[in-house]
Design a protein around this ligand. Structure first.
Ligand SMILES: [Zn+2]
Length: 242
């Protein structure tokens, strides 16, 4: 996929999710000319092992960390939906909120968690992925009616490409070998989550390489996705061959 001038929306559950699971890919796409925007569903206020942590302060800190990470990676902006951490549910409300953002931002590609990953132990990841995948369906229907979506001011938008990160059955690997350092630098901005693992991008690069999946053909560091074309004849073929 030629990423020049392509808009990419990444829907995740917590700050650090997208940077961790597909930061190398996003760095690559941004270098190739893509515009990347994040939607983060929860406040991530429970992301600490220290019982003395103030959840509100942690939520604020994690937003600051995400802002720094966006700067490092080149992400244009982040929309926070403000749901409670570990309480995210794939509700109609969440689905419509994401669909509304899809109609506003008109992304060519949607990246989110694979909601059908076996053994996923974080409920927020499944809920974010399922809501985003189903939101894309709402976003493309011109006859869809909802108080939050006015079809005149927010006309339907069909996302053409779906990339599911942390996939159950990957069918696409994006080579990130040349983007390991920027991924390490980006993750280091999430100091509350990764600060104990390494202290410089150079140090982190080796760790991220070690933790990365390997491209099945080249053996180079890569990030796996379940990719689905969504529109046109390719989309129909992909859908009926599931
Ligand atoms: Zn997460």
């Amino acid at each position: 996929m030629n990423m020049k001038n392509k808009r990419v929306m990444v829907v995740s559950a917590h700050p650090d999710d997208a940077d961790f699971y597909c930061g190398g890919t996003l760095a690559r796409w941004i270098r190739e000319g893509a515009e990347v925007r994040y939607v983060i569903c929860t406040n991530a206020e429970l992301g600490s092992d220290d019982p003395k942590t103030d959840p509100a302060a942690l939520a604020a800190l994690r937003k600051e960390e995400q802002t720094a990470a966006n700067r490092a990676l080149g992400v244009l902006d982040t929309t926070y939906l403000g749901y409670p951490d570990t309480g995210l549910k794939p509700t109609d409300e969440l689905r419509v909120e994401i669909a509304r953002l899809i109609r506003m931002q008109k992304p060519h590609a949607l990246v989110t968690f694979d909601p059908w990953l076996h053994y996923e132990i974080h409920p927020d990841h499944t809920a974010a992925g399922l809501s985003a995948v189903y939101a894309r369906h709402i976003a493309k229907l011109p006859l869809y009616k909802n108080d939050l979506i006015d079809n005149d001011s927010l006309p339907f938008w069909a996302v053409e490409h779906l990339y599911m990160m942390k996939p159950d059955r990957p069918n696409t690997w994006i080579d990130i070998e040349d983007f390991l350092k920027i991924k390490a630098e980006t993750l280091l901005c999430h100091n509350s989550q990764f600060g104990m693992l390494y202290s410089s991008p150079e140090q982190g690069e080796a760790l991220i390489r070690e933790m990365s999946h390997k491209h099945p053909e080249s053996g180079r560091a890569a990030e796996p996705f379940r990719y689905m074309p969504l529109e046109g004849i390719k989309g129909i073929k992909a859908y009926i061959s599931l």
